[in-house]
Design a protein around this ligand. Structure first.
Ligand code: MEV
Length: 313
C-alpha cells in the first residue's frame, strides 16, 4: 500500500497520575477523540504537515528530538528501527485532541505515527508491541514517563496500570465531562516539579503517593462493582492528593468545585496538571455539569472508546 491512515485515541486518567511514575497503579481510559496520521510513500526524507505547517524532519541526530514535531520524529525513527529499513514518507496529521492539555495527544500522535509508518513499510505490529514502542518514544522525548498514555492509546478501552505492566478492565458505562483550562503545559515540567518535591520531602511525598495508590486500588474494586457514587468520591480524594503534590492550579480547583456543585458524582484534574484538563463523572446530572463547565471553560462530553490504534478505511 502506498498510502494509508492510522488513528489512535486520546485518554483520560481517572486515577493515579504522577503516582504511576513512582510505581503506584493507575486507571486510564481511551476516549472518543482521536489523532489521525496519513502516511504516503514519497521521494526522499520525511515531511510532516499539520494545520498548514509543513516541516522536513531531521532524523538520526544525537540526544532528544526537539521542535514542534519532536514526537513524530522520534516515532518515525523508532518505526524505521523496528522495521529494519527506512523510506521517504509524507505524513499528514489531524487531531481532535487539544495539545499539552492532559488528554494524551503526544502519546496518540506517537502511536498513530508508529502504526502508520510500520504498516506502510509492510510490517505487522501487535497492540502490545505498539505500546512498547510508543513508550520508548515518550521516554526519549520526555525523559521520565510511565507506560500509561501509550498503552491506552495502543489498546483502547480501560486499563489498570501496575508493576510496569497493565491489565484490561471492563469499563462500566461512564458519563464523563472534560473541562479544558486552555493553559498549555509540558508533562515533563510537571513530572520534574513532583520529582523536586520528592527530593526535598521524600517521606511526606512517599506517603501521598501511597495514599493515591490506595485510592486507585479501591477504585478498581468500584469499577468492578459499577458504583458511580463511590468512584466519584474516590476521584475527589485523588484530586486533593494531587493538589497536595503541587500540580493543581486555582483554575483547575475552581472547575472541579463547579462540577461538583452542579451535581457531578466526582471531579479531579486529569493528566499532568499545572493547567490542561479536569474530568468530572456526571452520570445523573450530565447536562447540568456540562452546562456549568461550559460557562467558564471549553467543556465537552467524552465516552470511553473501546477502539485502540487502528488502520482506518
Ligand atoms: C501524564 O498523562 C501522566 C503522568 O502520570 C506522567 C506519566 O505517567 O508518564 C503525569
Amino acid at each position: 500500500m502506498s498510502m494509508l491512515t492510522a488513528s489512535a485515541p486520546g485518554k483520560v486518567i481517572l486515577f493515579g497520575e504522577h503516582a504511576v511514575v513512582y510505581g503506584r497503579p493507575a486507571i486510564v481510559c481511551a476516549i472518543s477523540r482521536r489523532v489521525r496520521v496519513t502516511a504516503e510513500l514519497a521521494g526522499d526524507g520525511v515531511v510532516v504537515e499539520q494545520r498548514g505547517v509543513r516541516q522536513r524532519l531531521r532524523l538520526g541526530g544525537e540526544g532528544k528530538p526537539r521542535g514542534r514535531f519532536r514526537y513524530v520524529a522520534a516515532a518515525v525513527e523508532e518505526a524505521f528501527r523496528e522495521a529494519g529499513r527506512r523510506t521517504g514518507v509524507r505524513l499528514s496529521i489531524r487531531s481532535e485532541l487539544p495539545e499539552a492539555a492532559g488528554l494524551g495527544s503526544s502519546a496518540a500522535v506517537s502511536v498513530a505515527t508508529l502504526l502508520a509508518v510500520l504498516r506502510l513499510l509492510g510490517a505487522e505490529v501487535s497492540p502490545g508491541r505498539l505500546a512498547e514502542l510508543g513508550h520508548r518514544v515518550e521516554l526519549r522525548v520526555q525523559g521520565a514517563a510511565s507506560p500509561t498514555d501509550t498503552a491506552i492509546s495502543a489498546h483502547g478501552g480501560m486499563l489498570y496500570i501496575h508493576g510496569g505492566g497493565y491489565e484490561r478492565l471492563t469499563p462500566p458505562e461512564l458519563r464523563l465531562v472534560v473541562g479544558d483550562t486552555r493553559v498549555k503545559r509540558r508533562t515533563a515540567d510537571l513530572v520534574a516539579r513532583v520529582r523536586s518535591l520528592h527530593r526535598r520531602h521524600e517521606r511526606v511525598v512517599e506517603s501521598l503517593l501511597d495514599a493515591i495508590g490506595a485510592v486507585t486500588l479501591a477504585a478498581r474494586g468500584e469499577v468492578e462493582r459499577h458504583s458511580a457514587r463511590r468512584l466519584g468520591e474516590l476521584m475527589n480524594i485523588n484530586h486533593h492528593l494531587l493538589e497536595a503534590l503541587g500540580v493543581s492550579t486555582p483554575e483547575l480547583n475552581r472547575l472541579v468545585h463547579a462540577a461538583r456543585a452542579a451535581g457531578a458524582e466526582g471531579a479531579k484534574l486529569t493528566g499532568a496538571g499545572g493547567g490542561g484538563c479536569m474530568v468530572a463523572l456526571a452520570q445523573e446530572r450530565h447536562g447540568e455539569v456540562l452546562e456549568a463547565l461550559s460557562s467558564s471553560c471549553s467543556a465537552f462530553s467524552v465516552e470511553v472508546s473501546a477502539e485502540g490504534a487502528v488502520i482506518e478505511g
